[in-house]
Design a protein around this ligand. Structure first.
Ligand code: NAD
Ligand code: DAU
Length: 351
């Protein structure tokens, strides 16, 4: 059967890497990138593949059920890889409802459309939801999130992702759709919007602006290179068992302050600045409300059952990421102008 794969959120950070991987690796598939192009969606991310013969873009909002139905019909969509979401925790604290609309209602709209269009032949189609480790809440000093860790979300963002995971699972159980979910740790890499820690700090180091570290800086995140997440998504899409969940991560935990210091050191070297120059930009600011202390993924299921492993070390990935930002200053300038600038000022002015 010809596969016409709908990838939602394909103009965003992770989605653009997934779209590129699928377009290049599977010339026999047709890839339909569906994205509303919010502040986080940027077609510049895909300029290198936009003319590929197996690639199509559709500017569509997942909240628009009618438009979703016509996309499914027009392209005879056979499978869905769903990444479209509001993804930034800080924004969810300011505007929780935006997260309910896109992440919960948008996901249910997409499920309903797939259910209607694939009726009677669910075994031939796959609905894959890309989720986050944040649904599991916060860890203490020890231990890992496994696929059986109970959901315990603490932010409006993670609560909305938890709700959407539950709906995906429920559609699998109730309607026998072939659903699969993966929950990944923090991604980093090229095309990451500079509201998140690593790209924000890279941009601020370049511009010699303060580096706003939340709270005591001892919060821990588990970092994975975005291109490795894309290969994990490829693996789960093709080999994952319907109804199952897979955790994705690189066993790569860093306390925020240690990561920021490493970033400062690498950037000073690359920018020809004196050692210790950028560390002076570190500024401790008011903590994020409901800030999860530690995330750490146990990725042994995807490794043992599906044979996936990350391909780069953190030092390699971080170095490549910095190089990408240093040689894509036009991209950075475009996304840090206008609306983003206004958002940044309102987020950080009173800290
Ligand atoms: P992102 O914010 O960079 O991109 C989100 C994309 O979704 C954008 O292109 C945006 O235009 C699109 N979008 C938003 N609302 C939409 C709507 N209503 N209709 C259609 N398109 C819409 O996000 P990201 O960091 O690439 O994350 C992608 C997915 O992966 C999300 O579901 C997120 O929860 C999940 N995830 C992210 C991380 C991470 O570290 N970034 C880790 C684990 C899981
Ligand atoms: O764990 C996966 C999640 O990772 C994804 O589901 C989310 O979409 C993604 O945004 C990311 O969430 P985090 O909240 O962990 O990422 P963020 O880059 O916002 O923050 C990383 C850590 O750095 C966190 O402990 C908060 C801290 N931080 C962040 C910013 C933006 C700061 O100290 N200062 C900052 O300015």
């Amino acid at each position: 059967m010809q596969r016409n794969i709908l990838i939602t959120g394909g103009a965003g950070f992770i989605g653009s890497h997934v779209v590129r991987l699928f377009v290049r690796r599977y010339p026999e598939y047709r890839i339909i990138n569906l994205d509303a192009l919010t502040y986080a969606g940027n077609l510049e991310n895909l300029a290198d593949i936009e003319h590929a013969s197996n690639y199509t873009f559709s500017k569509t909002n997942i909240l628009d059920q009618e438009a979703l139905t016509s996309v499914f019909k027009k392209f005879s969509v056979t499978d869905v890889i769903h990444l479209a979401a509001e993804s930034h925790v800080d924004r969810s604290i300011v505007s929780p409802l935006d997260f309910v609309y896109t992440n919960v209602i948008g996901t249910v709209n997409l499920l309903n459309t797939a259910r209607e269009q694939w009726k009677g032949e669910y075994n031939q189609h796959r609905f894959y939801h890309i989720s986050t480790d944040e649904v599991y809440g916060s860890l203490g000093e020890k231990g890992f999130f496994t696929e059986t860790t109970p959901y315990d979300p603490n932010s409006p963002y993670s609560a909305s992702k938890a709700a959407s995971d539950h709906f995906v699972r429920a559609y699998g159980e109730t309607y026998h759709m072939q659903t699969v979910v993966s929950n990944c740790s923090n991604n980093y890499g090229p095309n990451h919007f500079p509201e998140k820690l690593i790209p924000l700090f890279i941009n601020n180091i370049i511009e010699e602006k303060p580096l706003p570290v939340y709270g005591d800086g001892l919060y821990t995140r588990d970092w994975l290179y975005v291109k490795d997440h894309a290969t994990a998504i490829d693996t789960v899409f093709h080999k994952g068992v319907p109804g199952e969940t897979y955790n994705i991560g690189g066993f790569n935990e860093w306390k925020n302050i240690d990561l920021v210091k490493l970033l400062c050191k690498l950037m000073d070297q690359k920018l020809g600045r004196a050692e210790g120059y950028s560390e002076k930009l570190i500024t401790y600011v008011k903590d994020r409300p409901g800030h999860d202390r530690r995330y750490a993924i146990d990725a042994s299921k995807i490794s043992n059952e599906l044979g996936w492993k990350p391909s780069v070390t953190f030092e390699q990935g971080l170095s490549e990421t910095i190089d990408w930002y240093l040689s894509n200053t036009a991209w950075l300038k475009n996304v840090t102008s206008g609306t983003y600038q206004h958002y940044y000022e309102s987020m950080y002015s009173n800290r």
